[in-house]
Write a protein that binds this ligand. Structure first.
Ligand SMILES: [Zn+2]
Length: 334
């Protein structure tokens, strides 16, 4: 069962179970328990992070060189798509001129190649050994193979930070955001993109997604860290990406010394956000529906046995009348 009941973002113990199910995450089966924090609105996976990190590293180690090459090429394509969207707000990004960019969660280096192609001096941070090794040895890129922490980079040393579907994999997202702020030069930019918790389906649930945001909650957290939001980027329509992205500025007059006040593991009480406004019931139904059918009805193909605890069994939805079933699909696809 779950290992912790404290919210990853604000540290509150005031949480409720949204969904509890058994799933073949890795071998052996794990209980997938998603909790909703009733204080800040984060949805988080109630699982021992050290266990998860070990299995993630094992999983990545199994990837062949061919698989890593395909993975890297996909990353490059996705990054080019993101850069295309970012450039509409920040045309300057298309000319790196040797400026420093860091990709936190660099995977197999595809994003670094996309930035290098535009003239950026690109560095990656990647915790998993296999992709980091591939990026260094096969692609000749600069990749630090370690967890991203405050000590990873020098303060105020980075012009552009790129965090593409990484934050949701981390156990202390607020600390990571304040580290982003610390490492950026004043006047530097951050692009952060995560999946939308409301799009969770059977593929994504438990797949290392331990800290899940709504767009509104992420927006509030970025502002709490001192970032100015240039614009939200809705990239949910793209084939492989399904989340809100935010292009942010660290203000040129930022007083980094004041960061000592906000640099903590959890969102400090004085920054505590109001309830993020998502109805727990709506989220719960959405998770349940996603677990069984998946948005768009295409995701229900997981081979592991499922066992839903508190809403009944896998067959429960079949007992719903066709009319109600159609209504449910309509509601959750919109
Ligand atoms: Zn919380």
């Amino acid at each position: 069962m779950g290992q912790q009941t404290v919210c990853n973002l604000c540290g509150s113990a005031y949480t409720q179970v949204l969904l509890s199910a058994r799933k073949q995450l890795h071998a052996p089966q794990h209980w997938v328990i998603y909790r909703l924090c009733k204080r800040c609105g984060l949805t988080f996976l109630d699982l021992d992070y050290t266990v998860w990190l070990a299995t993630y590293a094992d999983d990545m180690a199994e990837h062949s060189a061919d698989a890593l090459e395909r993975y890297s090429a996909q990353e490059e394509t996705e990054t080019q798509s993101a850069l295309h969207d970012i450039a509409r707000l920040l045309p300057d990004i298309q000319v790196g001129r040797g400026r420093q960019m860091v990709d936190v969660g660099a995977g197999a280096g595809g994003s670094l190649r996309a930035f290098q192609g535009l003239g950026w001096e690109a560095t990656g941070v990647e915790v998993a050994q296999a992709p980091a090794h591939f990026a260094r040895e096969q692609l000749g890129l600069t990749v630090l193979q370690e967890p991203y922490t405050r000590a990873t980079l020098k303060a105020e040393s980075v012009d552009f930070l790129y965090s593409y579907h990484t934050l949701e994999h981390l156990p202390r997202p607020y600390r990571t955001l304040t580290d982003f702020y610390l490492h950026l030069k004043p006047g530097g930019h951050l692009y952060v993109e995560v999946p939308d918790v409301r799009d969770l389906n059977i593929y994504h649930m438990g797949f290392g997604h331990i800290s899940m945001f709504t767009p509104r909650l992420l927006h509030q957290c970025l502002e709490a860290c001192g970032f100015e939001i240039i614009a939200p980027l809705d990239r949910s329509w793209t084939p492989n990406s399904f989340g809100p992205g935010f292009l942010c500025l660290k203000p040129a007059r930022a007083k980094t010394k004041e960061l000592n006040l906000i640099r903590s593991d959890y969102l400090p009480p004085e920054q505590l956000l109001r309830w993020s406004g998502e109805s727990a019931w709506a989220l719960r139904w959405q998770l349940w529906y996603g677990f069984h059918i998946g948005r768009g009805g295409e995701a229900f193909s997981w081979r592991a046995p499922l066992n839903i605890l508190w809403v009944g069994t896998k067959t429960a939805i079949k007992r719903v009348s066709p009319r109600s079933f159609a209504w449910l699909k309509k509601v959750f696809r919109s």
